[in-house]
Write a protein that binds this ligand. Structure first.
Ligand code: FES
Length: 72
């Protein structure tokens, strides 16, 4: 599913970016460019990031988030 039409970014690309090391919405935005033009995708992109990080925490509880991660 496309999350950002301006940049052509899908939810799968956001998940892959997180699996490859992005640990926040800010990281994903800098890496993929989501919400860097019209900004209409920001809420959905944040939701995908939040859900993906939550899924990772549930599936791999032994992995600690980096110190800079915050849920808010
Ligand atoms: S839809 Fe993402 S910046 Fe426009």
């Amino acid at each position: 599913m496309y999350v950002c039409l301006c940049q052509g970014v899908t939810d799968g690309q956001i998940r892959d970016a997180i699996l490859e090391g992005c640990c926040s919405y800010r990281d994903v935005r800098q890496t993929l460019g989501v919400a860097s033009q019209c900004g209409k995708c920001a809420c959905l992109a944040k939701e995908v990031v939040r859900n993906t990080l939550s899924e990772l925490q549930i599936s791999k509880p032994s992995l600690a988030y980096p110190a800079e991660f915050s849920v808010a």
